[in-house]
Every structure is written in structure tokens, then in C-alpha cells.
Design a protein around this ligand. Structure first.
Ligand code: HEM
Length: 265
């Protein structure tokens, strides 16, 4: 506002993307972790076959879809159960309680649900349910389609199982790191994930477009509204918490990379 404030702002070291909000910081770190052939913003040397030369198999792709579904199921279940963990525990002796309407009304007025929300381990997760980015249902339909075509659907394999276990652990003890995985999983799928889907469909599915790659509504609007929520949540984080979140990006690439490689297995 004042000249002094802006001078102070200018002298402060800014993190790349910081001026635009925290999502831009997460994006900056993620883009550098791509290989040079994946994106022009990538800084890593390419490893293995470039995507243009991929020879995917339906069996490998099915393993990838099954493990991806496990990861999305896990993320979406965590968001679903976020806001009221207290309410899942049944109060002692509930079976013998004698209720009255008047008493119940008093309870509703005075119990202040917000207070319960504040006590929940990480109420901010509730912001990220029903964003429209959810992928579980679409994937379930896709696997149903493959089954109808006569394919056997495999059990989840190690990459998906380890990632799901890791996400569950993080979600309870480390919200900043967890949010990093949330961001990368959903945003990667909307970018590189779609390119992969198109390539694989051309090569082995006669261009059939799977539900995994379809969103209800305008994808760029859905992404934008999640970006705004992520920025808002991160406004309450200290610089250390933000850095901790950014540092988790590498793990997100490692776990997702292993699931991606299933396509070529
Ligand atoms: C964005 C390609 C794997 C995370 C992008 C973009 C490309 C791309 C081209 C830029 C989209 C744009 O801004 O126009 C690929 C390819 C991959 C791959 C070809 C693998 C073969 C991954 C992985 C992750 C990841 C494993 C992390 C789990 C992201 C994120 C963005 C992105 C967070 C930013 C999306 C946005 O700003 O909306 N990717 N990517 N990508 N990618 Fe990847």
C-alpha cells in the first residue's frame, strides 16, 4: 500500500512463483522434475524410451489403471472422512439414552459444529472433497468395460499398494506433505496423464477414450477452483511448512513414476 511496504516487499527474497500464490510454487518445483522430453520446462535428462516410442500392452495398461484406481480411492476416501472424525465414535451407553426433542434442539444449537471441525486433525482436507477432479468412479467404469471385453482385471500391485499405504500415513501426520501429493496426483493427470491416455488409446485401444480422461464440466475451471482453494489453505502455513510441502514433490514423482512404468510392464 505505502511506499515503505512495497520497498520492503521488493527487498524480501521471493520464492519462484510466490507472487502468484502457492500453487505456482508447487508447479515450478514439479515442472523442473520432468525430463526434458516430457516437457520443455523439464530439467532432468530423459531416461528410458520417449513416450512416442512406447509399446504399451493392454495387460500393462490394466495394471496401471488398477493401481491408479487404488491411489485415487485412497485420496478420495481420506477427503470424505476428513471433517468429522469425532462423530464416527459412538458415545458410551448410547443404546440406553432417553432422547427429548427439546434436549436435542438445545444440543444442536450449543454444540457448535465448528468447534468439532477445529478439533479434527486437518479440517482443511474438507475443502478438497467433491472438487469434480475425482477419478475413482470413472476408473471403476473403465475397469468394468475391460471386464466386459473379456479381460481379467488384475489385483493391485506393489507400486499402487505402497503409494496408498504411504498416503494414508501422511494424511494423518503430515498435512503439508499430503497436500503436495494431492496436488501432483490430480494436476499431473490433467496434463501429462491425458497425453499418455491419448497415446495409449491410439496404439492399443482403437482410440477409445476412457472415463479416466473425462471430467464433468469444464476441466480448466475445475482446476482453477482447486488452485484457489490450495492457495487459500497454504496462506495459513509458515514458510517452513511451505518448503516442507515443496520438498515432498520428489517423492510424488517417484511413486507416480513407478505406477506409470506399469504401462510398459
Ligand atoms: C504438467 C508431461 C509425469 C506432475 C505437465 C505438462 C506436461 C507434462 C507437458 C505441462 C502442461 C501445461 O502446463 O501445459 C508429463 C509427461 C509425464 C509426466 C509426459 C510422464 C510420462 C508427471 C508426474 C508428475 C507430474 C509423474 C507428478 C506426480 C505435473 C504437474 C504439472 C504437470 C503438477 C502442472 C499441471 C498444471 O499446471 O496444471 N506434465 N508429465 N507429471 N505435470 Fe507432468
Amino acid at each position: 500500500v505505502s511506499a515503505t511496504t512495497s520497498a520492503h516487499e521488493k527487498s524480501k527474497k521471493m520464492y519462484p512463483g510466490e507472487a502468484k500464490g502457492f500453487v505456482e510454487e508447487m508447479r515450478f518445483v514439479a515442472m523442473k522434475l520432468h525430463t526434458k522430453d516430457q516437457s520443455k520446462e523439464g530439467e532432468k535428462e530423459p531416461e528410458g524410451q520417449p513416450m512416442a516410442k512406447w509399446e504399451p500392452s493392454v495387460d500393462g495398461y490394466l495394471k496401471f489403471l488398477v493401481d491408479s484406481k487404488l491411489v485415487y480411492d485412497t485420496l478420495e476416501k481420506i477427503m470424505e472422512k476428513a471433517p468429522f472424525p469425532e462423530c464416527e465414535k459412538e458415545p458410551e451407553g448410547l443404546a440406553k439414552w432417553e432422547f427429548s426433542v427439546e434436549g436435542y434442539l438445545k444440543f444442536l444449537v450449543y454444540s457448535k459444529l465448528e468447534k468439532i471441525m477445529e478439533k479434527a486433525p486437518f479440517p482443511e482436507y474438507a475443502e478438497f472433497r467433491n472438487t469434480g477432479l475425482e477419478r475413482s468412479e470413472g476408473l471403476a467404469k473403465d475397469l468394468g468395460w475391460f471386464r466386459e471385453q473379456g479381460y481379467a482385471i488384475p489385483e493391485p500391485s506393489t507400486p499402487g499398494l505402497s503409494y496408498a499405504r504411504y498416503l494414508e500415513e501422511l494424511s494423518e501426520k503430515d498435512p503439508q506433505a499430503f497436500i503436495c501429493h494431492f496436488y501432483n496426483t490430480y494436476f499431473a493427470h490433467s496434463a501429462g496423464g491425458r497425453m499418455i491416455g491419448r497415446k495409449v488409446a491410439e496404439k492399443i485401444l482403437d482410440k477409445k477414450e476412457l472415463e479416466f480422461y473425462k471430467w464433468d464440466g469444464d476441466l480448466s475451471q475445475l482446476l482453477q477452483s482447486v488452485r484457489e482453494k490450495l492457495n487459500k489453505v497454504a496462506e495459513n502455513w509458515t514458510r517452513e511448512e511451505k518448503n516442507h510441502c515443496l520438498e515432498e514433490t520428489e517423492k510424488s514423482f517417484k511413486f507416480s513414476g513407478e505406477i506409470l512404468r506399469l504401462i510398459l510392464s
